[in-house]
Design a protein around this ligand. Structure first.
Ligand SMILES: Cc1cc2nc3c(=O)[nH]c(=O)nc-3n(C[C@H](O)[C@H](O)[C@H](O)COP(=O)(O)OP(=O)(O)OC[C@H]3O[C@@H](n4cnc5c(N)ncnc54)[C@H](O)[C@@H]3O)c2cc1C
Ligand code: FES
Ligand code: FES
Length: 474
C-alpha cells in the first residue's frame, strides 16, 4: 500500500504523497501549491468561491465539470485533470467579466469564472437557463448578479472551446485495478470493479464509503472528524452505469445527479423540474443518487419521488446481493437497512404505466441551493376516473422519507376529483407529525403538505395551470 496520487494539475503532472487522504483539493491548492486564486468562503459547498474544473476521460472523450474544491478529497483526483483559475489566462469569460464590471471585491470572481467557463465549454451556445443554472452555486455579496449575467452572455458569443486536454496523457494515468493510498495510518481505496469493492468493504467493514463526498466532505471540514479508512465508489465502472432494462431504469449507486439528470427528466418531466433545484451544478456534479439515499436523510430530495415511483434498491456485500423496496431501507431516523460492509449497488425504477399521474414538489426558502422543508411526491394510478392505487411519499414530514399510508388508503377507489381530495387531505394528519425546525414550523409543513395534494390534483387535471420550474413555493 501507499501509492502516490497521480493527476494533472493544469498542464503539469503531479504525483503526490505525504498528505492525509482527507486533505481537500482546496487545502492542497492553497497550502501545498500556493495556487491561491481558488478561494475559501464557506468550506461546505455552498458559496462556490472554491470552484475548480475536473477533467475526466469518459469513453475516450474528455468531460469537464465544475465542482467545489473545499469538500472533495485529494485522492479522488487520481487519474483526472484538475484545472484552476490560474490556468485559464484571459479567456473570453474573464475578459467579459472585466468589460461588464462583473467583479467588485473579487473574492467570488474566480469561482464565477470557473463555473461559467465550464458552462460555456459544455453548452457551446449556452442559453439564459444554462447560465443561471451554472452560477446557482456561486454567491456574490457585492457586485449583484446583473453584470455577471451580462458578462456570461457576452462571453457566450465567443465560439471557442474553452478547455483542451492531452488525452494521451490522461490515458497514461488509467489504472486497471484498485488504487490504494495511505498516510499516517489513514487509508484510501479506490476500487475499479464491484468485486473489488465488495472485497475491500468486507475487509474494512467500518470504513466510510465515499460517493461524491457532498455529505462526507463536511464531516471533515465542519465536524473535524478523522476518517480512518475511506472507500471511494467513484471509479467503480458498474456503479456509474445508467441502463434501461426490462426491470426499468437502472441507476448505479455511484451515478451523480448531473449524469442521472437526463434519464430521470426523460422518465418524467417533473423529475427534471425537481433536479434543477437540487443544490447547484457543482453539487450535482459530485453528489450521487446512491449517497442521497444511503445517508438516510429525512430531507433528501431523491427518496420521496423514487419511493412514489416504486423504486427498488439493490444492496450488495461480499456475501450477498438483495433487493428491497426503497421505503423499507429507511427504518428510523439515522437507521438504514444496510449491513456493515454493504453498499448500494443500484436503484431500479420500474416503468411508469400510462395511467399513472406523477408529480413531485420541492418547498424550500430559496429557489436554488437550498434543502427542502418539504418534498412531496404523488403517483396516482387511475382506472377511468377512479383512483386504482396511490403511492404518496414525503420528505421533511417525519424522521425518515415516508409513505402516506392513511392518505393512500383514503384515496383508493374514490373518484379523482376535488371533492375527494379535499375530503382526504386531513388523512395526512394521521400519517405525519412533522417537527418545527429552522426550515419550517410543524404547522407550516402540514398545511403545505395538504396544499400540495390539492396542487397535484389541479395540475394533473388542468395541465394549463402547471407552474413548472418557477412554481416552487407559491
Ligand atoms: C451545498 C449543498 C447543497 C445540498 N443540496 C441538496 C439538495 O438540494 N437536496 C438534497 O437531497 N441533498 C442536498 N445536499 C446533500 C447531498 O448533496 C446529497 O445527499 C448527495 O446526493 C449525497 O451524495 P454523495 O455521493 O455526495 O454522498 P457522500 O457524501 O459520498 O455519502 C453520503 C453517505 O452515503 C454513504 N454512501 C455513499 N455512497 C454509498 C453507496 N454506494 N452505498 C452505501 N453507502 C454509500 C456514505 O458513506 C455516507 O454515509 C446538499 C449538500 C450540500 C453540501
Ligand atoms: S468554499 Fe464555499 S463552496 Fe467551497
Ligand atoms: S465581487 Fe465581492 S463577493 Fe462578489
Amino acid at each position: 500500500m501507499g501509492d502516490t496520487i497521480k493527476f494533472m494539475l493544469n498542464d503539469q503532472m503531479r504525483a503526490v504523497s505525504g498528505l492525509s487522504p482527507t486533505t481537500t483539493i482546496l487545502q492542497y491548492l492553497r497550502l501545498q501549491e500556493r495556487l491561491t486564486g481558488t478561494k475559501e468562503g464557506c468550506a461546505e459547498g455552498d458559496c462556490g468561491a472554491c470552484t475548480v474544473i475536473i477533467g475526466e476521460l469518459e469513453n475516450g472523450k474528455m468531460e469537464y465539470e465544475a465542482i467545489n474544491a473545499c469538500i472533495v478529497f485529494l485522492p479522488t483526483l487520481d487519474g483526472r485533470r484538475l484545472i484552476t483559475v490560474e490556468n485559464l489566462g484571459m479567456n473570453a469569460v474573464q475578459k467579459a467579466m472585466v468589460e461588464c464590471h462583473g467583479s467588485q471585491c473579487g473574492f467570488c470572481t474566480p469561482g464565477f469564472v470557473m463555473s461559467l467557463t465550464a458552462c460555456m465549454h459544455n453548452h457551446g451556445n449556452a442559453n439564459d437557463e444554462n447560465i443561471q443554472d451554472a452560477i446557482s452555486g456561486n454567491l456574490c455579496r457585492c457586485t449583484g448578479y446583473r453584470p455577471i449575467l451580462d458578462a456570461a452572455r457576452r462571453a457566450n458569443t465567443e465560439k471557442e472551446r474553452y478547455l483542451k486536454t492531452d488525452v494521451a496523457t490522461l490515458e497514461g494515468l488509467r489504472r486497471e485495478t484498485m488504487f490504494s493510498y495511505e498516510h499516517a495510518g489513514q487509508k484510501f481505496f479506490s476500487p475499479r470493479t464491484v468485486e473489488e469493492l465488495a472485497d475491500v468493504t468486507a475487509q474494512y467493514p467500518d470504513a466510510t464509503l465515499l460517493g461524491g463526498g457532498t455529505d462526507v466532505g463536511l464531516w471533515v471540514t465542519k465536524k473535524h472528524r478523522t476518517l480512518e479508512t475511506v472507500i471511494y465508489t467513484g471509479n467503480v465502472a458498474a456503479l456509474r452505469e445508467i441502463k434501461q432494462t426490462d426491470a426499468g431504469l437502472e441507476i448505479g449507486g455511484a451515478v451523480s445527479y448531473a449524469h442521472a439528470f437526463e434519464s430521470l427528466a426523460a422518465y418524467d418531466p417533473s423529475m427534471g423540474v425537481l433536479l434543477r433545484r437540487f443544490a447547484s451544478v457543482q453539487i450535482r456534479n459530485l453528489g450521487t443518487v446512491g449517497g442521497n439515499i444511503a445517508n438516510g436523510s429525512p430531507i433528501g430530495d431523491g427518496p420521496p419521488p423514487l419511493i412514489a415511483l416504486g423504486a427498488k434498491l439493490v444492496l450488495r456485500s461480499k456475501s450477498c446481493t438483495r433487493q428491497l423496496p426503497l421505503e423499507d431501507f429507511f427504518i428510523a431516523y439515522g437507521k438504514q437497512a444496510c449491513e456493515k460492509g454493504g453498499f448500494v449497488e443500484k436503484i431500479i425504477i420500474p416503468p411508469k404505466a400510462k395511467n399513472v399521474l406523477f408529480k413531485v414538489y420541492k418547498i424550500s426558502k430559496r429557489f436554488d441551493q437550498d434543502i427542502s422543508a418539504v418534498c412531496a411526491a404523488f403517483a396516482i394510478e387511475l382506472d377511468d376516473d377512479k383512483v386504482a392505487s396511490a403511492r404518496i411519499a414525503f420528505g421533511g414530514m417525519a424522521g425518515t422519507p415516508k409513505r402516506a399510508a392513511h392518505t393512500e388508503k383514503a384515496l383508493t377507489g374514490k373518484p379523482w376529483n376535488e371533492e375527494t381530495v379535499r375530503n382526504v387531505m386531513s388523512a395526512l394528519e394521521n400519517d405525519y407529525q412533522p417537527m418545527t425546525d429552522m426550515r419550517a414550523t410543524a404547522g407550516y409543513r402540514m398545511q403545505v403538505a395538504q396544499n400540495l395534494l390539492i396542487r397535484c390534483f389541479i395540475e394533473t387535471t388542468q395541465p394549463e395551470t402547471e407552474t413548472g420550474v418557477y412554481g416552487y413555493g407559491s
